[in-house]
Design a protein around this ligand. Sequence first.
Ligand code: XBP
Ligand code: MG
Length: 230
Amino acid sequence: QRAAIVFDVDGTLVDSERDGHRVAFNAAFAAAGLPYRWNVEAYGRLLKITGGRRRIAGFLESQGYRSEEAAALAATLHVDKTARFREMVEQGRIPARPGVPELLAELAATGITLAVATTGTRAWVEPLLDRLFGSGTFAVVVTGTEVPALKPDPAVYGEALARLGVPPARALAVEDSANGLAAALGAGLRCVIVANDYTRGEDFTGALAVLDGFNGPDAATLIRHHALET
Ligand code: XBP
Ligand code: MG
C-alpha cells in the first residue's frame, strides 16, 4: 500500500494567518459597524480557538455577549469574512510557505499520495490550493465544512484517511500547531511539525520532529523519510 502525507493548510502549506485571515476578520467587523480589531499579538492568542466562526463567537463572549447572541452574530460575520478572504485568495495575496511548492513536487515524484486535512472553510480552501499548487496535487481534500468537530478533534484526519483508503500506520501528518498535532495523533497518524512565528514554543510532545521551515534539502529528506517509514 502506498504511503500518504496529509497536510494542514493554515500556517503549514500557506502563510495565511497574520496578513490573511486576521485582516479579513477585521474587515468583517468594520463592515458590520463593530469596533473590534484584532492586532497581531491578540490574534496569536485567539488562534488557540480553531475555526473562524468559533473564534469570533469565543471573542464576542469575552466581550460580554450571551452565548446565543455571540453564536448568531459570529455566523453572520463569518459568512462575510469568508467572502473577503476568498477575494484575497483570488487577488493572489495568500502565499505558500517558502519551499512548499518544491517539496510537494518532489514528494509527488516519489509516488507518495498527498492529501489535505484543514479546519478552514471549503469556499476558500479549494481556490487557494488550486491557485498555488495546481488542481490535482492532492488526492483528497477534507475541510472544516465537512466534519462535525474541528481540530483538535481527530475527525478531519479520520475522514481524510477513510477517503484515501489508507490505514493510519501508512500516513504522516504535517502540521504547524499543537491543536493540529492533537488531531493527527488522535486519528493515529504520525506527525512532523513545521512551526511558524505564531506556533513556535507550543508543546509539541508526541511529534516525530519539529522543524522551523520547509527550506533546504534536509526538511524534504526528513519528511520523505518519515512518510516511508512504517
Ligand atoms: C486554522 C483555523 C482556521 C483559520 C480560519 O486551523 O483555525 O479557522 O484560522 O479559517 P488549522 P476559517 O491550521 O489547524 O486547520 O475562517 O475558514 O475557519
Ligand atoms: Mg495550522
